[in-house]
Design a binder for this molecule. Sequence first.
Ligand code: THU
Length: 134
Amino acid sequence: MTDLELMRLATEARKASYSPYSGFKVGAALLGKSGKVYTGCNVENAAYTPTNCAERTAFFKAVSEGEKEFTAIAIVGGKGEKPADFCAPCGICRQVMAEFCDGDFRILLGNMDNIRVHTLTELLPYSFGKSDVE
Ligand code: THU
């Protein structure tokens, strides 16, 4: 699976975004160590706080299907039809990533024209995790 292929799957997943309140559509494609890809979109709610981000939708799909180790995620977001050049994952999604991923987990941000690659350590330094509570 290439970075561009993962980005294409995230772009495709974004089409299912349920975002009638913000109009901000996000798609994610999460690559498991098994080689399987789990996609997700943001799912909003009239009560606002039950809203789930695209990244967490993908993670929760994967974990609920038995996969708990991952190598990369592609994230595509933006208002309206055209994806922005850069949509960073929110803090809660970064914390969910930290639960299941090592610091070198790759986070691909952008769209089919531009891809920025970061690691989880870059986006969530000094994170709180399993080792703190064990
Ligand atoms: N959103 C995501 O899906 N992922 C992010 O990382 C940032 C924000 C969604 C949540 C909400 O539906 C909309 O974008 C606006 O915040």
